[in-house]
Design a protein around this ligand. Structure first.
Ligand code: 5GP
Ligand code: MN
Length: 343
C-alpha cells in the first residue's frame, strides 16, 4: 500500500527536496510534544474515530494530548475507548500546546472552537474545497474517510496498530462510507479495514454498536418521519422534515437523528434524499444524501455548505417555506445530471 495518494495536494519544500504531506505531518509531530486535537462541530463517526485514533497514537509516542470538540458525540459512540478524554468547549483560552491537529474541517471555522487561530495548525481533511489553512496541510479527496488518512499518518509515525487505534480507524471508515455504500470506497479502504480486523476489530460487533443501538424513541421517530415523507421528481427524490415537536411526540431526542436520512435511499427508485431540520433559532439545517453520480455537494456549495458527492449539508436562514422549493429544484437538476452520467 502506498502511504500517500498521488492526487493529494502535495508537498512542502524542505531542505532535502519535496516531502509528501504525510511525511511533513510526521516530521512536525515528532518534533513537538503537546497537542490539541479537534474536528468539526456536531461530530460524526469519522471525526470521533480520527481524533481518538490519533490521540492513542500520540500517547504511544509519549506526547501530551487534549481533545476539544464544540459538541458532544451521539450517545452510541460514548462507549468507545477514550471518549471520556474529549472536552466539550466552544472556546479554548491560551491552549498552551505546540500544535493543533484539525481533522475533517475544510475551514478552521467548521470546528466551532474559537481561540485556535494563532496556533501551529496541522490540517488533515478529505472534504472538497479545503481552504489549506494550516501550517501543514494534507487534503485528499480520494480518501473515503479522514480515518484512512490518519491510518497513514500513524503508520508513518511508526506506531503499532493497537486494538484501540484499529477500533477508531474502523469506526471512522464504517460510518463515513455510510456502512460501505458510498462511491468513494477503494481497495485501500478494505486494505485498511483488513488490518484493523487483524488488529482485533470484530466487524459484526462494530456494526451492531454503531447501527443497531437505537432507542425505542428512535424507532418511533423513524415511523413518524417516513409516514410524513414527501416524494418529488416522480419518486426519485425523498423529502424529510424534522422539528422539535416530532421529537417530543415520539419520545426521541436530537441524538436519535443520526442516520435517519439514509432510510429513503433503501427504496430502489430514490436517487437522493433531502432532510430539513428546523432549529430552535428558526434556521434550517439541510442534509442531503445520494446514490452513485448524483452530486449533492454541488447543491450544498451553492448555499455555502460542503461535504462529498454522496453526503453533504448546509444551513440556511428560514423560514422553511421560503427555501424548500429552490433546494428541491436544484436537487432535481443534480439527479438529472447524475442519471445522465450513469453508464
Ligand atoms: P451531514 O448531513 O451528516 O451533517 O453532513 C454530511 C457531510 O457534509 C459531512 O461530510 C459534513 O462534514 C458535510 N457538511 C455538512 N454541513 C456542512 C456545512 O454547513 N458546511 C460544510 N463545509 N460541510 C458540511
Ligand atoms: Mn469524514
Amino acid at each position: 500500500m502506498t502511504a500517500t495518494n498521488p492526487d493529494s495536494h502535495s508537498g512542502l519544500e524542505t531542505g532535502s527536496g519535496l516531502t509528501s504531506p504525510v511525511e511533513a505531518i510526521r516530521d512536525e509531530i515528532l518534533k513537538r510534544r503537546r497537542f490539541l486535537i479537534t474536528s468539526h462541530a456536531r461530530p460524526d463517526g469519522d471525526s470521533i474515530g480520527s481524533q481518538l485514533a490519533m490521540a492513542f497514537a500520540l500517547d504511544a509516542l509519549g506526547k501530551e494530548v487534549r481533545i476539544v470538540n464544540a459538541d458532544a458525540a451521539p450517545d452510541h459512540y460514548q462507549d468507545f475507548p477514550g471518549m471520556d478524554r474529549i472536552e466539550i468547549a466552544t472556546r479554548v483560552e491560551r491552549p498552551d500546546v505546540d500544535a493543533v491537529i484539525v481533522m475533517e474541517c475544510s475551514e478552521l471555522g467548521r470546528t466551532g472552537v474559537a481561540g485556535l487561530e494563532h496556533q501551529f495548525l496541522v490540517n488533515i481533511d478529505h472534504h472538497a474545497g479545503n481552504q489549506m489553512y494550516g501550517a501543514v496541510n494534507w487534503h485528499d479527496e480520494a480518501s473515503a474517510a479522514c480515518g484512512e488518512m490518519v491510518f497513514d499518518v500513524i503508520q508513518a509515525l511508526g506506531v503499532e496498530l493497537t486494538e484501540e487505534i484499529a477500533t477508531h480507524i474502523y469506526l471512522a471508515i464504517l460510518t463515513d462510507t455510510g456502512s460501505f455504500h458510498h462511491s468513494n470506497i477503494t481497495p485501500r479502504t478494505f486494505d485498511i479495514c483488513r488490518q484493523c480486523v487483524e488488529a482485533g476489530v470484530t466487524p459484526a460487533v462494530m456494526a451492531r454498536r454503531v447501527f443497531d443501538s437505537n432507542s425505542f424513541g428512535k424507532l418511533k421517530l423513524i415511523g413518524a418521519l417516513l409516514d410524513d415523507m414527501e416524494l418529488a421528481d416522480e419518486g426519485r427524490l425523498a423529502v424529510l422534515h424534522l422539528d422539535d415537536d416530532m421529537l417530543a411526540a415520539t419520545g426521541s431526542t436530537n441524538n436519535d437523528t443520526e442516520g435517519l436520512i439514509n432510510l429513503p435511499l433503501t427504496a430502489r427508485e430514490i436517487q437522493a434524499v433531502v432532510f430539513f431540520k428546523v432549529t430552535q433559532t428558526g434556521e434550517v439545517r439541510v442534509s442531503m444524501r445520494s446514490k452513485y453520480d448524483v452530486d449533492v455537494r454541488k447543491v450544498a456549495s451553492e448555499f455555502d455548505g460542503g461535504g462529498h458527492k454522496n453526503a453533504a449539508g448546509f444551513t440556511v436562514s428560514g423560514p422553511l417555506e421560503a427555501v424548500q422549493a429552490g433546494i428541491v429544484q436544484r436537487l432535481v437538476g443534480a439527479i438529472a445530471a447524475g442519471l445522465q452520467a450513469r453508464p
